[in-house]
Design a protein around this ligand. Structure first.
Ligand code: CA
Length: 661
């Protein structure tokens, strides 16, 4: 506040002067108030002390400068970042009218104003700037109208070289709203549109961060080493907001999931168990309730045609040499659905915003990796710059992109340093892609009892034939299902033998296995019945659930059968360097029996999957180049030694995982 020309006067001083003026009338007091809180406090004071009436004509309150800053993003930055030139967004009514300056000898690199006067983007260079508190001042006609504190915080130790997840990990994918309700008090929030309704399959059910934290020991016991919860930032859609892919504030955890501090606690709790935290990042779109979409900084912040146009979802147009430009543009720039405005990453302001937001979360929440939604729908050049910027900041970080393709060359195109991408000089810089073709095979192969030329295990074999296409074969996410697909146990009617085959494959082939919550207890769900059906609440996650599958005693016999098998398999995998990083040699399936070996200099593991209904007996001499001098193998499930000098028999629809001795 200013009082009679004196700057930075405290509220108490002004109040005292008000009283003095009241008693010694008719002096005039000129007060300039810069924020609404001071204004409210003064009015309240005048009412309480009865000074209002008398001072009405002698008090000149200047309220013309009643601007305030509503948003500052990123809300703070860190000292010593590679990305030291940070572009800070200030949002407030007519904020662009002011001249901006900053304290502490920090250099302002540039100031960007847009056609919307409520935004100003100020880039400061924090190189060599110590941990400190800066002050931004916004001046009008030479007078400071507004000030804003801005912190450069201390980074965590070794933050830059944080190691992302890799093929030694097993990722547990959680539908955040559907796993466990650790805090029933936050199920609905007054400030947000959609309230909890557990009876609605597409409603919010109350699952939250506290629920995940409470069950981390369960997840660890299962053999998982990393957790991927679906997005946790605020999604204020009035309907279907539970999946949280239409976010309305990307700097804030949705209060129905908890607070930003709760999310930090999730990271800390994971790390204390030697586990990793993976954030599900959405670069392609926001929700239409996003605060910025309601007052766009620039018309082209999102793609407009004008307004909505749906993507054609034909991602092949992004590299098809015969594709028309219009098809490629409509795929990339079209909206995913009407409620998700498509972000324009070719606008440098948008791109910077997304890069800084991503890096901010890694640094702030001590993250170990990203999963990026709808990766191949983004502006191709923009998403490549986004990915590279993150890896420039954190060279050992890992990012897996959702590249939902049905052809290996097309998936490999998106992996960092792809030779296929290089044909047209494209590099996405994306370290990891998802093995959707393996997922495609998983959808039917275990029902194909008879091995034929193109049916049965040959489909799985064929998936690995094309491994030469991938620049980094270990950095591929492998999965039987996820939150957007049919559930495995639904496709195979909870056939435990088929589940065993699928999980054994996932746990022993190259890549990073990902498990979808609930499958480990036999949960099923039919995509044909809608997304709600593949995203059921985990039993035991809600107070009063009659079945608590989080504990051995609470699980029924069938659930324990699924759980025990899964836990044994993935806990065995934890220490198996030969599985994580070893080579693979496989043999053409015969009679629907698939045999492959994982090996390194120290050890060999032989995997046998009999997908026929009958017991199969085979000679081992065909595998001599892999068995070498080993005499037998110890089965990791039964503990029995299998003699490899003689014929080996394996029951129909079963597996052997043999550590060669
Ligand atoms: Ca809750």
């Amino acid at each position: 506040m200013e009082c009679n020309g004196i700057k930075n006067v405290s509220r108490t001083v002004v109040c005292r002067k008000l009283l003095d003026t009241f008693l010694a009338s008719p002096k005039t007091l000129e007060v300039t108030i810069y924020n609404i809180n001071d204004y409210k406090a003064l009015i309240l004071f005048m009412v309480k002390t009865n000074t209002m009436k008398k001072l009405l004509f002698s008090l000149l309150i200047s309220i013309s400068a009643f601007a305030q800053i509503d948003r500052v993003e990123p809300p703070f930055w860190y000292s010593g970042m590679t990305l030291s030139k940070v572009q800070i967004l200030f949002y407030g009514k007519n904020i662009a009218q002011y001249d901006v300056a900053v304290s502490n000898n920090i250099v302002i690199d540039n100031i960007k104003k847009t056609e919307n006067p409520n935004y100003v983007f100020v880039t400061i260079d924090t190189k060599n700037a110590p941990v400190s508190e800066l002050t931004f001042s916004f001046k009008s006609k030479g007078k400071v109208a507004l000030t804003q504190k801005y912190e450069l915080k201390q980074r965590r130790q070794n933050s830059k070289f944080r190691k992302g997840y890799d093929s030694s990990d097993m990722i547990y994918l959680i539908m955040s709203d559907r796993f466990a309700n650790g805090n029933p008090k936050n199920d609905s929030d007054n400030s947000l549109n959609e309230k909890a309704d557990r009876s609605n399959p597409n409603g919010r059910h109350g699952g939250d961060i506290e629920g995940i934290i409470k069950n981390l020991d369960y997840i660890k016991e299962l053999g998982a080493t990393a957790v991927w919860p679906t997005p946790l930032c605020e999604d204020n859609d009035p309907k279907g907001s539970y999946h949280t892919y239409g976010q309305s504030d990307v700097y804030k955890i949705d209060p129905r999931f908890g607070t930003n501090e709760d999310y930090l606690r999730l990271s800390a709790e994971l790390h204390s168990r030697g586990m990793k935290n993976i954030l599900d990042y959405v670069t392609n779109h926001w929700g239409y309730q996003h605060w910025m979409y309601k007052d766009l900084p620039t018309y082209d912040w999102v793609h407009q045609f004008p307004g909505y146009s749906q993507s054609n979802y034909r991602m092949t147009t992004q590299f098809d040499p015969n594709a028309s430009d219009i098809d490629a543009k409509n795929c990339m720039d079209g909206w995913f659905v009407p409620s998700m405005p498509d972000l324009n990453q070719s606008n440098p302001l948008v791109l910077n915003y997304l890069i800084q937001n991503a890096i901010w979360w890694i640094e702030y929440a001590d993250l170990d990796g990203f999963r990026v939604d709808t990766y191949s729908y983004n502006d191709k050049e923009g998403i490549s710059k986004w990915t590279k910027a993150i890896l420039d900041e954190y060279p050992n970080f890992n990012i897996v992109g959702e590249v939902w393709m049905h052809n290996q060359a097309q998936m490999a195109y998106w992996q960092k340093d792809s030779k296929i991408g290089a044909i047209e000089s494209y590099n996405s810089y994306l370290p990891s892609v998802m093995d959707f073709t393996l997922h495609d095979a998983f959808g039917s192969v275990f029902n194909e009892d008879k091995g034929e030329w193109d049916k049965g295990m040959i489909k799985v074999y064929d998936n690995f034939v094309n491994d030469f296409l991938y620049p980094n074969i270990n950095n591929i996410l492998v999965f039987a299902e996820n939150h957007d697909t049919n559930r495995f146990n639904s496709a195979y009617k909870k056939d435990f033998r088929k589940y065993q085959m699928a999980m054994t494959l996932l746990a022993t082939i190259r890549g990073i296995p990902q498990l979808y919550y609930g499958s480990e207890i036999g949960m099923d769900g039919d995509k044909g019945k809608g997304d709600g059906d593949i995203r059921h609440d985990f039993p035991g996650g809600w107070n009063g659930d009659s079945n608590n599958a989080f504990t051995k005693a609470g699980r029924n016999e069938e659930q324990n059968k699924f759980y025990d098998f899964t836990s044994k398999l993935f806990n065995w995998r934890k220490s198996k360097d030969v599985i994580h990083f070893g080579k693979m040699k496989h043999y053409i399936p015969v009679n629907n029996v698939y045999v492959y070996f994982r090996y390194n200099e120290k050890e060999s593991v032989m995997v046998v999957i009999n997908n026929s209904n009958e017991t199969q007996t085979f000679k081992t001499n065909r595998f001599a180049e892999s068995i070498q001098n080993h005499l037998g193998g110890k089965d990791i499930f039964s503990g029995k030694m299998i003699d490899l000098k003689n014929d080996v028999s394996i029951e129909g629809k079963s597996v052997l995982v043999l550590e060669l001795k």
